[in-house]
Design a protein. Structure first.
Length: 369
């Protein structure tokens, strides 16, 4: 059990709580404990269960969680064009914290072509979300958008900070369990992921997870590595910063954990992209890693590699053995029925112990010791 509430806010205001019923407590601040404004009391679940829904919701908020301009956390909320995701965030708020949909305010931003049907759009979204119409702000028109942006918020500094403390205190638990890492990634990918299909074949090309700050990208990489997903080097072009994932072997792990399933359109694109892989493919460098792993067991010929790895002997030779030989990881042995036997070197055995072996083997250049 983790105690979330600190004794006071950063302002020095002391935090108080009292039991409302068997399930809920009211949290407030001591008005006389320090100078400054007083945060409004909130009623929330006394005990918050650690489960996959909790981390999925925290993942959604990690990507599209609402913050006041300037970065100071003052509101609890979510913004997205996908109504199903907004509804899922409301489920997270209700089941994890006891916050019902009627407590949220809604701000809509819609394209100009919906101008004549604003009331109809508002009524539809009000019914879908279970948020009373009187909780809606005035709907805005925006030419730069092609679909409605739904923004749901509760203006509560206490609630926003509790969620922040929860996220900070549960990181150790999160990173200790694969299923929790997968849940967090489902939320992050639903809000910040992008699925790209190769134009001609409609095969899955790459998946990117947008994150401006390096610390955020490093955290996402931690989650991916926990599931044995090895992303490529981050994209760091200003305004396009993201974690980049390629390779069928990575995609298969994502499929296993259902990492795209929270957002219906992204899941549809992911399934389409996976179904259009005609030939088993590897991440760049993975073929070389597998060759080294097999050679660590015993010397082999390229014909043996071809059968074991479902690759042509010519591909094994040009894409793995010759490159590994140039790098000093393998060497030529004797002949076996006119076929060359290949052996692993001491340097090759050493790189297999390296946690970043795959990343290093992606390069065709010589790798310095």
């Amino acid at each position: 059990m983790v105690k979330l509430l600190p004794p006071e806010l950063p302002s020095g205001k002391k935090i108080l709580w009292k039991q409302v019923d068997a399930e809920k407590i009211e949290i407030s601040v001591d008005k006389n404990s320090a100078r400054g404004g007083n945060a409004k009391p909130i009623v929330i679940k006394r005990f918050i269960e650690v489960n996959e829904l909790l981390f999925e919701g925290l993942g959604l908020r990690f990507g599209d969680g609402i913050k006041l301009q300037g970065g100071e956390i003052r509101v609890f909320g979510f913004s997205n064009t996908c109504l199903e995701l907004v509804k899922y965030f409301l489920k997270f708020a209700n089941e994890c914290f006891g916050i019902n949909s009627g407590q949220f305010r809604v701000a809509l931003t819609i394209p100009p072509e919906f101008d004549s049907s604003i009331e109809e759009v508002e009524n539809k979204i009000s019914k879908e979300l279970g948020v009373p119409k009187e909780n809606f702000f005035k709907t805005r028109l925006l030419e730069q958008t092609n679909s409605a942006i739904v923004n749901i918020t509760i203006s509560s500094r206490l609630l926003a900070m509790i969620v922040f403390w929860l996220y900070e205190n549960l990181k150790e638990i999160l990173l200790s369990e694969e299923r929790y890492c997968a849940a967090m990634l489902r939320g992050i990918i639903a809000s910040e992921g992008n699925i790209s299909l190769v134009y001609n074949s409609q095969r899955l090309g790459d998946i990117t997870i947008g994150a401006k700050e390096k610390t955020e990208r490093d955290f996402i990489r931690q989650l991916l590595n926990k599931l044995q997903i090895i992303p490529d080097r981050d994209k760091e072009i200003r305004g396009q910063e993201c974690v980049l994932i390629t390779g069928l072997s990575n995609f298969k792990i994502m499929e296993k954990w259902g990492l795209c399933r929270l957002q219906p359109e992204k899941q549809k694109d992911f399934e389409t992209g996976m179904s259009n892989f005609k030939v088993e493919q590897s991440r760049k460098g993975e073929l070389r890693l597998k060759v080294l792993q097999l050679l660590a067991e015993k010397p082999r010929t390229r014909q043996e590699f071809g059968k074991l790895l479902n690759r042509s002997p010519a591909t094994i030779k040009t894409e793995a053995l010759y490159i590994l030989e140039n790098q000093g990881f393998v060497k030529r042995g004797g002949l076996n029925s006119k076929s060359r036997i290949w052996e692993i070197t001491e340097k090759g055995l050493e790189i297999l112990k390296d946690d970043k072996a795959l990343e290093k083997l992606r390069s065709k250049q010589s790798i310095l010791p």
